[in-house]
Structure formats: structure tokens, C-alpha cells
Design a protein around this ligand. Structure first.
Ligand code: ZN
Length: 239
């Protein structure tokens, strides 16, 4: 009977703890003839807020997206050699962009999450100096924007993205990121219905939240209000 009661106590306590914030720690100890569950819960007032606030920040400020949400996924390809340049051009994998782009991305991602998906990033803001590095490797305007003029990535208004399920399975968009060819075009309808549907969900939702696409890259989205912004060379810190 004692063991049975102990089990009920554990069950009730575990259920109660499940509802508690993640910041609280749970410590359990089971003794031979009785059962105790000890809960160590730091007071909430002492815990730091999980995310930074966007309020009061100018729309043009550069910020780190992960400081405002952990609902996004990342595969920052230019911080690896797994990209069309076959070179690592970022010192570390970070997704920085302007506040106004972050605001639009947070809204778009909420809409995607209602459908069971989330945004996964391949690239975000790209400092102009990195654009020069890319141009030095591939000096061809068909693949890399000329750094003298800069791209909307250099203005903090473009992102390269795909969708993945909330369980982390990437949706099939027909090609890998940075596949330069007809198969990556939005107007190439010669693709399986499921791929066209995945691209449609991505495009329609991004457009709803202020982004526009380019015809030849299914992964690239520009914030519509970013075209007249200045090319930037802000650089983030790497730890
Ligand atoms: Zn892009």
C-alpha cells in the first residue's frame, strides 16, 4: 500500500512539474522504504528573460534573430564548405538581419507553425566584405551579386530559406539551396505536384508578410521595403 501511495505521489508531482517553466530544475530521489521527490525551483524574478525585446529598437538596427525566438531552424551554408563556392566565407554561423526583417520573419514563422512547419535559414544578412570574398571566388554576376553594387542580402533585407516540419524534416523543394538551373525557377511547373505545393506554401506565406520572391531561386526572399536601404558592412562577433 505504501509503495502504491508513493507511486501516486510521484505521478502527481511529475504531472505538476510538467506544467512548470523549463527554467526550473527537478531533482528526484527514491529511498528504499519511502518515496520523496524534491523540487528545486529558483524564483522566477531572478531568472533572465529568455528573449530580448524588439521594442525601442530602430527598424534599421542589425540584430541576431535567435535572440528573439527559438522557433527557427538554421543551416548556415556559407559558414561551411557545403555551398556552391566550396569555401567557408563566414567565420561563424549566425543569422543577423535588420529589426524590420526580424519582425516580418517572426510573423511569417508563426503562420508557418500553424501549418506544422517552420523556417529554416541558409543565409541572412551578408556583410559587404563577405560579398567581396564571394565575388573573388566566383566573379560572375549570374551567380554572385557584384559587391560594388551589393545585393539585398548586404542591405539586411534578404533571406535564403526553406521549410521544415516541426519535427525537423526538410520539405522537398525540388533542388538543394543554390542550385543554379531551371529546376529551381518558380515558373518551372514541370515538377511533381508535392514540390509545387511546398513552394506555393512558402511563397504565398512569405508574400503575405511583406516579402517578394525572385523568379530563378525558390529559396530567396526580399523584404519589400528593403530595396532602397543602404548596403552595410556591419560584422557580428564570433565567440
Ligand atoms: Zn539569396
Amino acid at each position: 500500500m505504501k509503495t502504491f501511495c508513493g507511486s501516486i505521489v510521484i505521478l502527481l508531482l511529475l504531472l505538476a512539474c510538467k506544467e512548470r517553466p523549463q527554467s526550473e530544475t527537478l531533482k528526484q530521489s527514491v529511498l528504499s522504504d519511502s518515496t520523496t521527490v524534491e523540487i528545486i525551483a529558483p524564483t522566477d524574478s531572478k531568472t533572465k528573460p529568455k528573449f530580448k525585446s524588439l521594442s525601442g529598437l530602430a527598424d534599421s538596427t542589425f540584430v541576431r534573430l535567435a535572440d528573439f525566438s527559438d522557433d527557427f531552424a538554421y543551416d548556415m551554408r556559407y559558414a561551411t564548405k557545403n555551398n556552391f563556392l566550396k569555401e567557408k566565407v563566414y567565420d561563424c554561423a549566425e543569422c543577423y538581419t535588420r529589426v524590420k526583417t526580424v519582425k516580418a520573419l517572426l510573423k511569417a514563422n508563426k503562420a508557418f507553425m500553424k501549418l506544422g512547419y517552420r523556417i529554416k535559414f541558409f543565409d541572412c544578412y551578408r556583410p559587404n566584405s563577405v560579398q567581396y570574398k564571394m565575388w573573388a571566388i566566383v566573379p560572375n554576376p549570374q551567380y554572385v551579386a557584384n559587391p560594388k553594387k551589393g545585393s539585398i542580402h548586404n542591405k539586411g533585407g534578404a533571406v535564403d530559406i526553406t521549410l521544415e516540419t516541426l519535427e525537423g524534416k526538410e520539405l522537398d523543394m525540388g533542388t538543394d539551396f543554390d542550385f543554379f538551373g531551371k529546376r529551381a525557377y518558380h515558373d518551372n511547373l514541370d515538377l511533381p505536384e508535392s514540390i509545387l505545393e511546398n513552394r506555393k506554401v512558402l511563397k504565398e506565406t512569405m508574400e503575405e508578410y511583406g516579402f517578394w520572391s525572385i523568379r530563378t531561386e525558390w529559396w530567396h526572399y526580399n523584404l519589400s521595403t528593403a530595396s532602397n536601404d543602404k548596403v552595410a558592412n556591419f560584422k557580428w562577433e564570433c565567440e
